[in-house]
Design a protein around this ligand. Structure first.
Ligand code: SAM
Ligand code: GLN
Length: 305
């Protein structure tokens, strides 16, 4: 009878790393560790100090399923059902884009500007600080997905309230769940529909968006994980990728309150074109382009005149 080798944590990690590498998974060791740690409901460090611990049969079967999904290009975030963004946990499903670290640049820019605006408003009202607990600044997040942008801005600012729009009912349900879980549900209203349509007639201090911006013809050339697993309605931005910015720049500025701004994430090499689209609206004054950590122009901010 053949001796049955025991599947310890150390052995299964090594095997999975090699298997992932053979199947072109980009970060084979990291993904193996993240999936196994999640399965065992432990931190990754636990794996390192328990290399000799054997896995139970049901654990092995569940891990096998996860590994199978990963080699069919399902991103780790979808397998786990969650992704960390701005240090906060977001539930994700295949109906929502997985929030990207690049998008944190947009959140940081928005938080900084909203705080400044709150200070200016308080000064104008003759107060040192805005009155506690009273929503004074209103912003919109257009194409909200998991709610990553909107909900983290709410978490990192006081005295703000938000309206979000997404064309996907299913994404809305995920974002609503995230708002509850993050304890900000009472400060946000969710709408389903096309861009600014559902919030027509409302005014905002800021309109934020990470719209679909991949040129249609390039969606088919994206990395397999993105192309095969993420929703195309979250990615395709028209022939040149700029369709959504055209509409947001044409319709957004008249929905801004005094001191208000638009802030958009943009794709590689799109920043100048998007800044020009914003400036083409006579209501817009200054624009600013902010780079991400890799030095890529990532966010365009456009101020109301
Ligand atoms: N804001 C999320 C983030 O940064 O992780 C998701 C951004 S994803 C690139 C774009 C989102 O816009 C998707 O959730 C998609 O469903 C939504 N969307 C696409 N077309 C839309 C439209 N016409 N009106 C509103 N939302 C739309
Ligand atoms: N950043 C995403 C990607 O490169 C695209 C998201 C978007 O279209 N806004 O896959």
């Amino acid at each position: 009878m053949a001796t049955q080798e025991v599947w310890t944590i150390g052995r299964i990690l090594k095997w999975t790393q090699d298997f992932f590498a053979k199947h072109g998974v980009e970060s084979p060791r990291l993904d193996a560790e993240v999936l196994l740690a999640h399965l065992l409901d432990k931190e990754r460090i636990y794996l390192y100090v328990h290399f000799d611990e054997p896995l139970e049969k049901p654990e092995l079967a569940r891990f096998h399923d996860m590994v199978k999904q990963r080699v069919s290009h399902v991103p780790v975030a979808y397998i786990l059902g969650e992704k960390e963004f701005m240090g906060l946990p977001f539930r994700v499903t295949e109906d929502t884009l997985v929030p990207r670290p690049d998008t944190e640049i947009l959140v940081q820019a928005a938080v900084e500007r909203l705080k400044k605006l709150a200070g200016v408003q308080a000064e104008a009202a003759g107060e040192a600080e805005p009155e506690k607990g009273k929503p004074v600044l209103k912003f919109a997040d257009i194409g909200t997905g998991t709610g990553a942008i909107c909900l983290s801005v709410l978490k990192f600012t006081k005295d703000t309230e938000a309206a979000t729009v997404d064309i996907s009912e299913k994404a809305r349900a995920v974002a609503e769940g995230n708002a509850e879980a993050l304890g900000v549900a009472d400060r946000v209203t969710f709408y389903t529909g096309d861009l600014l349509g559902p919030v027509q007639g409302q005014k905002f201090h800021a309109i934020l968006s990470n719209p679909p911006y991949i040129p249609d013809a390039e969606v088919g050339q994206l990395q397999a994980d993105v192309r095969l697993s993420e929703p195309h309605t979250a990615l395709a931005g028209g022939a040149d990728g700029l369709d959504f910015y055209r509409r947001l720049c044409a319709e957004g500025p008249e929905m801004l309150l005094p001191g208000g701004f638009l802030a958009f994430e943009v794709g590689i090499h799109q920043a100048e074109a998007v800044a020009e689209l914003a400036k083409a609206n006579p209501l817009i004054g200054d624009t600013e382009i902010i780079k991400d950590l890799a030095g890529i122009e990532r966010v365009v901010v456009a101020d109301l005149k």
